[in-house]
Design a protein around this ligand. Sequence first.
Ligand code: RTP
Ligand code: MG
Length: 186
Amino acid sequence: MNKEVLGLLALGLWSLMSFVFSSCETEQLETKDPRPKTKDQRPKTNQTMTNLTFGIIKPDAVRAGKTGSIIQRILDADFQIRGLKLIHMTRQEAEGFYDVHRERPFFAGLTEFMSSGPCLVMALEKEGAVKAWRDLMGATDPANADEGTLRKAFGATVGENATHGSDSEENAAIEISYFFSKLELV
Ligand code: RTP
Ligand code: MG
């Protein structure tokens, strides 16, 4: 056997061994990693976020000194407060938060208002939290809000309506993580 044939044989053997090892590694990774690979493989029950929602006590209510009264109402309604902090959003942060409304005519006014002063951001827990918190807030326009709701009691106009609440569990998770790190949630 000359040198060329020996060289070709060695190269072939090396390629075969590389292929066998890389297949083993992939197989090991696939069997070891327990995380779901597709959306469909996620748990069917919403074990993670079902009972959490995100709320804001907006700048109008903070300015008017209503923070304490609203927090009392939240506790009276049996929400657990899992995260809470006072922040003052920049215009850009408010625009990022309300990005879904970017094309709406009220976007400029809304983001100017939301960045006009401090507000209180909250992660709230309760069974069926998203709906329970929206029920407690009442309709977007305080004029249409039911008696006993926060917007009826503390809101002034459709724009300055005292509180914000997530509209779905998915958005609650996104909004909580927009403002809170893991360490800030209990
Ligand atoms: P939010 O997101 O603040 O909890 O309020 P929402 O779901 O009840 O209402 P949405 O349609 O999401 O609107 C977001 C906020 O934009 C202001 N807005 N102004 N001038 C207007 O016609 C108008 N419409 C909405 C309100 O501050 C509303 O909360
Ligand atoms: Mg909304």
